[in-house]
Design a protein around this ligand. Sequence first.
Ligand code: AHR
Length: 498
Amino acid sequence: TKASISIDRNLVVAPINRRIFGSFVEHLGRCVYDGIYEPTHATANEDGFRTDVVELVRELGTTTIRYPGGNFVSGFRWEDSVGPRENRPVRRDLAWHSIETNQVGMDEFARWLKLTDSELMLAVNLGTRGIEAALDLLEYTNHPSGTALSDQRIKNGTEDPHDVRIWCLGNEMDGPWQTGYMTADDYGKIAARTAQAMKTADRNLELVVCGSSGSSMPTFGDWERTVLEHSYEHVDYISCHAYYQERNGDLASYLASSLDMEYFIKTVVATADHVGNKLRSKKKIQLSFDEWNIWYLDEHKDSDEVNDEWREAPRQLEDVYSVADAVVLGNLLITLLKNHDRVTSASLAQLVNVIAPIMTEPGGAAWRQTTFFPFSVTSRLARGEVLDPRITVGSYATEAHGEAPLVDSVATVDGEAAAVFLVNRSTTDSIEVTIDASGLGATAITEAVTLHDADVYAKNTLADQERVGLKPLEGAVLSGGVLTVVLPPVSWSAVALA
Ligand code: AHR
């Protein structure tokens, strides 16, 4: 099987906004406690954060980190999480039926972010709380000094404001599972009022209003329209959340999951633009894809990991990812980049232990899941501008998404340096791809890697932490501006040029 791709230097999607490589840390399971934070671990720093995990996060290359939830935020009282640790209350977290000790809170997390060179994206609680708590949190985090809450922050040891720029107005408020979930009308009104108030305090904030929890929600589309009709002029982004998994052994459909993401993005863009047009607004709403990943949700629903007990840091949502999962994840990231003109912020959900690229064992090792690799390589190599390649390739029939092209790809260019990211969705065949990259002016291949394995279900586990990793993409050739690669079946690959 063969394919050809033409990369035109002028077909620019958008300049790369590093926020597209964001991630998400929620107080859920062992993401924070026994994940990024484990004060008794040999590598823990003075705040109790594991520095081996910090190193892996830096290698992963995440940028903006959404915090502290997720469903968790809809019951969160931020005041519990600041001040002397010994005075912080222990609370029940209804979202994950867990005990929250509040030993990690706003100020410690902001310090952790500095270690990882990341930006904070903060969510306010619109489930059990509202405008006043959101404004208080904003004052605590962003006001320089001289007011009750900014002085409290200084007294708590943080002299400079955290200066959080991007804020989520609640989380998944369309979901019946959400504490305080609402109708689109009710949520649109409270989101608009909260946004208006927050921007009265600081008109340069960037605010994300909740879109649908998934494209299969019964209210999908209508939710976005109604919420934006209320809030359009007060917000900057609408959120999208999507999780994928292989179902019923249908690998072919699973490998085409990014077609659903594409449909999701196009629908939300059309809806947002429809509302903007109706309102005669000059503004365009951006998409914040602030939860996306592989999640074996069906299997978790059948397990009792979220049960009636009240436990601290229970093992919840600890998916172990395969090679196929990593290929799908790499393809989802390609899709986000292809739509980067409108999706300008995104968060891989989540970061450590909970549906995560990084796993840890208490007192023990930290290691990379298969999904770590396409993310880290893309974050490292994608620079400058995103280009939309023209791909000529055959397709295959899928049960879930109709006809799916066998190959997907995106390219980036930054002066003389370029990168091409490719996925082969065929479960059986290698595909030779001829890429006309002559317009990019590159003369050499500086890196060519692939993620594939004869066993598409191979995984990295505690017992075998390096079973799966990147391999050289053998046989990649650049000659006269034409790049030729052979993509193994079920593979994700990246080629860097200079
Ligand atoms: O990422 C896990 C959960 O998925 C989040 O808490 C929630 O927002 C979504 O349903």
